[in-house]
Design a protein around this ligand. Structure first.
Ligand SMILES: [Ca+2]
Ligand SMILES: [Ca+2]
Length: 176
């Protein structure tokens, strides 16, 4: 192989790598804004539910008396249950059938909502995690930040583009 060929090959590989990293960062960035919007929509839905019914949406009655510090993943059974209350699909917990939350439609990527799979984040793999102030002290411990507390009745976070809840650098949170 001639030197020219090798240089062309190297440039081609480098060019491909640049294109790939551009593609990946664009894909990641594309998910950020809608993820934030969906999480904000959920926070507002919980607060609107609270205003309407003077309690937090809960799966059991009587409701829990301690914050669900581990959170409800919106793709898990519990998380799906909360979403159904907020969308007005669960008449027993939302007797006035108010659609507090309008879930995003399911996309080919797997992102979006179906009653069977729950709400999948904008990167198409993980759910959002919701923590609710069930002990009614107006505060919730910040996950991943020992000792940190935030004044709110609901917080939500996403695993971010990397799909890993434990890597906080890219996680999207409702409180920042
Ligand atoms: Ca609390
Ligand atoms: Ca992460």
């Amino acid at each position: 192989m001639s030197a020219g060929c090798i240089i062309a090959l190297v440039l081609g590989v480098l060019g491909g790598a640049v294109l790939l990293s551009d593609f990946l960062s664009e894909r990641n960035a594309r998910g950020l804004r809608p993820a934030r919007a969906q999480m904000q929509g959920l926070v507002l839905a919980v607060k609107a539910y609270q205003t309407e019914y003077s309690r937090l949406p809960a799966l059991d009655s009587p409701p829990p008396t301690e914050d669900n510090t581990q959170g409800y993943d919106t793709t898990s059974e519990k998380g799906r249950g909360i979403i159904k209350i907020l969308t007005g699909e669960d008449e027993s917990k939302n007797p006035r059938n108010v659609p507090f939350f309008e879930p995003p439609a399911r996309k080919k990527s797997g992102a979006g909502y179906t009653p069977e799979n729950g709400l999948v984040d904008t990167w198409g793999t993980k759910g959002y995690v919701m923590i609710l102030d069930y002990n009614s002290d107006g505060e919730i411990s910040i996950p991943g930040h020992p000792g940190g507390r935030i004044s709110s009745t609901v917080i939500i976070y996403s695993a971010g583009p990397d799909g890993d809840y434990n890597t906080w650098d890219d996680n999207i949170t409702s409180w920042q």
